[in-house]
Write a protein of this length. Structure first.
Length: 256
């Protein structure tokens, strides 16, 4: 079993200067290719080719972003992501060669922020990394966030400053991306967001990919909030448009 391979960028220029990326991929030619593109953008890159090594390196190196293949030896990508989420809030982009949508759903449910399906363009991957890094990290508050009181929608309470969510007083554990989606919806309660508007608000205007990523995160949010998709109280579907925050009351049959 080959352990992690360090590949440190020799350039301090570019958008990625000073940022660390861990690339976890058991196909060494692909890992080297991806690492090379990231290095040219200024990133400090570390490579790992199995799941156990990935967790160890993520714990010791504290990367800003992990590019994580789903199919890995020793531990698969889903379990690696689950373990990383116990000690790090770094961004995670999952890579998969599988066409099974279930793999994507499971990957996002354990805390991945984005995903790409092989084959993919290394340039697009670098662009995705840069877009993610433009997002505010957990705990990085704007002045408005720090001063804003919790938002209440019936039994749902969202505290932007503490990044905490509860339903009927019970804390709800969300991934960072799930929280950001909920925060975006709740910040403008009268607005029905299109998928593109949510993408721009959460992932950034430079994000390019499948906008149905939004639907996956909305589905996970509803499950965690105990929200019935057929009669949602907290996240309403606006047919032909997208989603908006609910007031916490069960809608009438006509208003669904």
């Amino acid at each position: 079993m080959m352990g992690p391979v360090n590949a440190t960028s020799s350039s301090d220029q570019g958008p990625g200067a000073g940022r660390r990326v861990l690339v976890v991929e058991d196909e060494l030619p692909l890992a080297t290719l991806v690492g090379g593109y990231l290095e040219r953008d200024g990133f400090d890159v570390t490579l790992a080719n199995d799941g156990l090594a990935a967790v160890q390196v993520a714990r010791s190196e504290r990367p800003d972003v992990v590019v994580l293949d789903l199919g890995l030896p020793t531990l698969d990508g889903v379990e690696v992501c689950r373990q990383i989420r116990t000690f790090s809030d770094c961004f995670v982009i999952m890579l998969t060669a599988r066409n099974d949508e279930v793999d994507t759903l499971i990957g996002l449910s354990v805390g991945a922020d984005d995903y790409m399906t092989k084959p993919f363009s290394p340039r697009e991957l670098v662009a995705r990394v840069n877009v993610l890094l433009r997002r505010a990290r957990a705990g990085a508050l704007t002045t408005g966030d720090a001063e804003e009181p919790p938002r209440r929608f019936g039994d749902l309470v969202i505290d932007p400053a503490a990044r905490e969510v509860s339903v009927s007083g019970v804390p709800i554990v969300l991934t960072r991306t799930e929280f950001d989606v909920l925060a975006a919806l709740s910040a403008r309660p009268r607005l029905a967001f299109t998928r593109r508007q949510l993408i721009d608000a959460v992932w950034g205007e430079g994000w390019v990919g499948d906008e149905h990523l939004v639907d996956v995160h909305i589905g996970h949010l509803r499950t965690k909030l105990g929200d019935d998709a057929a009669a949602p109280r907290f996240i309403r579907t606006v047919r032909g448009v997208g989603y908006r925050i609910g007031d916490g009351a069960a809608p009438s049959q006509a208003g669904r």
